[in-house]
Design a protein around this ligand. Structure first.
Ligand SMILES: [Zn+2]
Ligand SMILES: [Zn+2]
Length: 434
């Protein structure tokens, strides 16, 4: 008896992860992500391919060539999504709607908000929710999700069992975030007798950042906020909940009000049903909601005004911010430039709290340059969403697999120098028997 594994995408790149596992009677997919990097080596822009048919997208290597995933007669027993980052779920709209999609309930809520606010169109007809440490089945595969510490909310790793084989997929993870305890718990309770470990290697080959913890981030933000005499703008992902909580806590400590836009407010509100997260609707009074013009008018035009209006009690205007700019820390992004033009505040700070690589994007570059012309000081305060080398090694040693398959990495060649287990270097679309 054997299980075979084919990595459709991920052996040579970060993003667009898709893994196919096949037993004698079943086939499942782990993740179904959108690429982050295009063939040119520049960041991938799906708008360039939006109009293509499924067949064309497969031909161009955008959609993975998975037999029975798109056809009228589905031949896939389940697609398991590890977490709500688009490089792990971004292409699910192309899947045959009858294929069961397994994901965390909070992940599904995030995907639904992304459909509205990011126009993603990833509607799932029949979502199936998994829960941590509760095994579920897809065909004859038994899958056990393990909660993971990552920059996305509701992230998981998986033990996948079939026909006597035990495969572990790390998903994306780290050990220095707000769920550090979850990682520690995993070290003590990790499954054993693993035949093969698919482990992400995002930071392999990258300059190893000093892996500050999220609590270190809070301290750095407090230091900055306390000495600031004008407004603080901060750039981070509306879905990096760990970071939003860090900013909120730093604001509390330094007596500032944290201002988020309508999209971020909706994300916080939805996820506050799952964990103690500051939400403008749940009595967190130093959290205010800013209504960006374009985003808000767009919601109203589409009959979705209630997504903004529900925050009217927590609303703050540009004029109110302009009256006392040093009281506020405002979450911003480049698309909000026209709104920021109407806030009177010079000599402020922009805290860039995302991966450095995104700074290369033209819109972001222009936005930062524009703030520089207004005498804003630029600070970088960030920590990675991914495990450093020591953590990757510790994770692999704990699981002690018979073999390792590199995934979600640009540097699989370095794996053999890092891990003490046997590393099997394969390419996309190669089949390996486990
Ligand atoms: Zn990823
Ligand atoms: Zn991720």
């Amino acid at each position: 008896m054997k299980v075979s594994c084919k990595i459709h995408r991920g052996t040579n790149e970060i993003g667009g992860t898709c893994i196919e596992l096949q037993s004698s009677i079943s086939r499942i997919l782990l993740d179904f992500g959108m690429p982050l990097i295009g063939k040119s080596g520049k960041s991938f822009n799906f708008a360039d391919f939006r109009k293509l048919s499924v067949a064309e997208l497969v031909k161009q290597g955008i959609l993975p060539n998975v037999h029975g995933a798109y056809s009228d007669k589905p031949e896939i027993d389940g697609v398991i999504i590890s977490h709500p980052h688009a490089d792990h779920y971004g292409l699910i709209k192309y899947l045959n709607k009858d294929i069961p999609i397994w994901l965390g309930e909070a992940t599904h809520r995030i995907l639904e908000l992304n459909n509205i606010f990011l126009r993603q169109n990833n509607k799932i007809n029949n979502p199936k929710y998994y829960e941590r440490e509760k095994p579920f089945t897809a065909g004859n595969f038994i899958i056990t999700p393990y909660w993971a510490d990552h920059s996305a909310f509701d992230s998981y790793s998986f033990l996948v069992e079939a026909e006597g084989k035990r495969i572990f997929y790390s998903g994306d993870f780290r050990s220095h975030g707000r769920k550090a305890k979850v990682y520690k718990w995993f070290l003590k309770n990790a499954p054993q007798n693993i035949d093969c470990l698919l482990i992400e290697g995002t930071t392999i080959g990258r300059k190893q950042e000093d892996h500050r913890t999220e609590d270190d981030i809070i301290d750095e933000l407090i230091g900055l906020f306390k000495k600031s005499v004008s407004i603080n703008y901060i750039c981070t992902s509306s879905q990096n909940i760990d970071r939003l909580v860090s900013i909120y806590k730093a604001c509390l400590n330094s007596h500032k009000t944290f201002v988020v836009d309508v999209y971020t407010a909706n994300v916080l509100e939805a996820l506050s049903d799952f964990a103690r997260i500051p939400s403008p609707l749940k009595g967190f009074s130093n959290l205010k909601v800013f209504f960006p013009y374009r985003l808000t008018t767009n919601l109203f035009k589409r009959g979705l005004g209630k997504m903004a209006n529900k925050f009217s009690k927590a609303k703050i205007t540009k004029d109110e911010i302009s009256q006392n700019p040093s009281n506020f820390v405002v979450l911003v992004r480049s698309s909000m430039k026209n709104d920021l033009l109407k806030i009177t505040a010079d000599n402020g700070s922009l805290i860039y709290s995302m991966w450095e690589g995104y700074k290369e994007q033209e819109m972001t570059k222009q936005f930062i340059d524009w703030l520089k012309t207004k005498n804003f000081k630029i600070y970088n305060i960030h920590t990675s969403g991914h495990a450093d080398i020591d953590t990757l090694k510790e994770f692999a040693d704990t699981l002690a697999p018979k073999s390792i398959l590199p995934i979600h990495t640009f540097n699989k060649k370095d794996y053999k120098n890092i891990f003490s287990q046997k590393v099997i270097e394969i390419n996309d679309n190669e089949v390996i028997n486990i």
